[in-house]
Design a protein around this ligand. Structure first.
Ligand SMILES: Cc1cc2nc3c(=O)[nH]c(=O)nc-3n(C[C@H](O)[C@H](O)[C@H](O)COP(=O)(O)OP(=O)(O)OC[C@H]3O[C@@H](n4cnc5c(N)ncnc54)[C@H](O)[C@@H]3O)c2cc1C
Ligand SMILES: Cc1ncc(C[n+]2csc(CCOP(=O)(O)OP(=O)(O)O)c2C)c(N)n1
Ligand SMILES: [Mg+2]
Length: 576
């Protein structure tokens, strides 16, 4: 039965029908009708301290929980503050829906107070955006937004709703019919010709490498990837965003590829005769110099987005499909394989992996970031959801926290957004309240959105924040060390007393400066109630190794010097 509703009420009716029970936002004039109506609906509103926090929280919520995250903001500055989070979600294909208030429709185009063309601004960083000026268009726009955000390759959608549309009334009822959109007809059938080509390439390959990307998580293809890898006995290399899509402890998992990937993985890729790209997009951090990338290898590319095929790397067999479905089809026809000599060869490049276990190295009085991260991994038994910020600590996390299951590493890969870590961790915890959530952040990135500590305190959300405090914008300092003759322009960083900062928020603040202190402090944080901030004072000028300099050949890596002052070595048998 149609019932009288305001546009503001329709917004919440639609969100509740979409299964939304938590939103992240900040009020203001143009969205006030919606905020007023919100009080009558069973939705938890998390009041952020800056709208960037809302879009990152919605992002972390979606990545951790596998659903859609929702951010709400007012017009003008509220909407523009969402932009960095929207771009972050776009680059990493994360489904979020952002709802913004807009000035009354009659004022659009008159430079009204807090008017900004947010649909125009976000055009290139959303899958789609709507400007809704009539109350009757609110439901179709919100329904389509949720559909688009999750369908095919996921991504962010923005719905900008004028104040008068929120205030107008309508006799309204929910339309449960599925969304049908003209122009959105993804052709997702696995081509028989391409399948046959793929099967031939797999059969004749002696040195295959599976490149496991984030598409595995999106399609829920963990089981199929595992079955496939075990069937053909091929090594599996991970992208940063694919970590967790294939268990770190699996004997076929050889580790991360790319700029800061494992040396043996990059060598294996360069020497492979077949690459099987599963839901990954050959980012430049993954390929290095594209002209010399895996020249000996044929490529099979499975991706749901046809625009990814032949974008960076030419495919010899291309399957445009949901990865899980494609692998199911392949598993029906692919014969068992055996690549023992190839696996042995990669193993020999890897050397004695115990050397990489930094816990077995003697304590030289210095605290290194890998020690901290390795201890967090060990103490949480690899079961925590770890959300990182961007920089050196992010790469060390990828190297030293071993992810066994999907959606346990949440990190900004494509945009590399500093400030992502803390708010995304708060979002992740709200999506997965039973999970232990750690934010591993740098001293620089943490300060970009540290105000969200206040959100965590007000909302009673527990995340453990490990600040890898090296006194530098470390990753930039590393580039200055390697490529700019150690001219540290604008990278030394003074920070507030992080313990006192935590205490100012009514939160527990802890500090560790020596290696033996780490384990107890990590345990203390886990057991404490509420969000805990730990200031880990680590070695200031350590660097992330290996490193493929930007644009260099994938196997032209800078390696960790084996001599003091560094006690960390990569492997006993490094060839270079
Ligand atoms: C400081 C820094 C350093 C970095 N160093 C590295 C590094 O050393 N190594 C590294 O790997 N990355 C690194 N990155 C991350 C890098 O920039 C990319 O974000 C990452 O490599 C992308 O991984 P991806 O292709 O798996 O994921 P995405 O970029 O998310 O691509 C996923 C692909 O899967 C497809 N897809 C989505 N859903 C499905 C589905 N259902 N079925 C099939 N396909 C689907 C999408 O269309 C897309 O093409 C770094 C980032 C930063 C900030
Ligand atoms: C918003 C934003 N600004 C600038 C950069 C460039 N950048 C990448 S890493 C980095 C340094 C990060 O420093 P910190 O947070 O202390 O982490 P660390 O590298 O020291 O672990 C900078 C400035 C970025 N990625 N994002
Ligand atoms: Mg730093």
């Amino acid at each position: 039965m149609p019932t009288p509703r305001t546009g503001a009420q329709i917004i919440w009716e639609c969100l509740v029908h979409q299964g939304v029970n938590t939103v992240f936002g900040y009020p203001g004039g143009a969205i006030l009708p919606a905020y007023d109506a919100m009080l009558d609906y069973p939705v938890r509103h998390v009041l952020v301290r800056h709208e960037q926090g809302a879009s990152h929280m919605a992002d972390g919520y979606a990545r951790a929980g596998g659903g859609v995250g929702v951010a709400v903001a007012t017009s003008g500055p509220g909407a523009t503050n969402l932009v960095t989070g929207i771009a972050t979600a776009m680059m990493d294909s994360v489904p979020i829906v952002c709802i913004t208030g807009q000035v009354p429709s009659k004022l659009i185009g008159y430079d009204a107070f807090q008017e900004t063309d947010i649909t125009g601004i976000t055009l290139p960083i959303t899958k789609h955006s709507y400007l809704v000026t009539r109350v009757e268009d609110i439901m179709p726009a919100i329904k389509e937004a949720f559909h688009l955000a999750q369908s095919g390759r996921p991504g962010p959608v923005l719905v900008d709703i004028t104040k008068d549309a929120q205030q107008a009334k309508l006799d309204w009822e929910w339309n449960p019919a599925p969304v049908k959109m003209r122009g959105l007809r993804p052709k997702l059938s696995v081509s028989k010709t391409e399948m046959a080509k793929a099967v031939d390439l797999i059969r004749s390959s002696k040195k295959p490498v599976i490149l496991a990307g984030q598409g595995i998580l999106h399609s829920g293809a963990m089981k199929e990837v595992r079955q496939f890898a075990e069937r053909i006995k091929a090594p599996v290399a991970m992208t940063l965003l694919g970590l967790g899509g294939f268990p770190a402890s699996h004997s076929l998992n050889i580790g991360m590829m790319g700029m800061h990937g494992e040396a043996w993985v990059n060598h294996a890729i360069q020497e492979a005769d077949l690459l099987l790209a599963f839901g990954m997009r050959f980012d430049d951090r993954v390929t290095g110099n594209i002209k010399t990338y895996a020249l000996n290898a044929k490529k099979i590319h499975i991706d749901i987005d046809p625009s990814e095929i032949n974008k960076n790397v030419t495919a010899d067999a291309a399957i445009v499909a949901d990865l899980r479905q494609a692998l199911k089809d392949l598993l029906d026809v692919v014969e068992p394989g055996d690549h023992a000599p190839w696996l042995k060869y990669i193993g020999s490049m890897k050397g004695d992996s115990a050397v990489r276990d930094i816990q077995s190295l003697p304590d030289n009085g210095h605290l290194y970031a890998p020690h901290v991260i390795n201890d967090i991994w060990r103490i949480t038994e690899g079961k925590a959801i770890v959300v990182t910020d961007v920089g050196q600590h992010q790469m060390w996390e990828a190297q030293y926290y071993h992810h066994e299951s999907p959606r346990t590493l949440i990190t900004s890969g494509g945009l590399g957004t500093m400030g992502f870590g803390l708010p995304a961790a708060i979002g992740a915890k709200l999506a997965r309240p039973d999970a232990e959530v750690w934010a591993i952040v740098g001293d620089g990135g943490f300060q970009m959105t540290a105000a969200e500590l206040s959100t965590a305190a007000q909302e009673g959300v527990k995340v453990n924040v490990a600040i890898i405090n090296n006194g530098y914008l470390g990753m930039v300092r590393q580039w200055q060390e390697f490529f700019y003759e150690r001219r540290y322009a604008a990278t030394p960083l003074r920070s507030p007393d992080f313990v006192k900062l935590a205490e100012a928020h009514g939160l527990l603040g802890l500090r560790a400066e020596r290696r033996p202190e780490v384990a107890d402090i990590v345990q203390h944080a886990r057991e404490a109630e509420g969000t805990v901030v730990i200031d880990f004072r680590v070695e200031q000028e350590d660097s992330v190794y290996p490193m493929v300099p930007a644009g260099a050949d994938l196997d032209a890596m800078i390696r960790r010097p084996q001599q003091p002052p560094s006690v960390l070595v990569e492997t006993a048998a490094d060839p270079i």
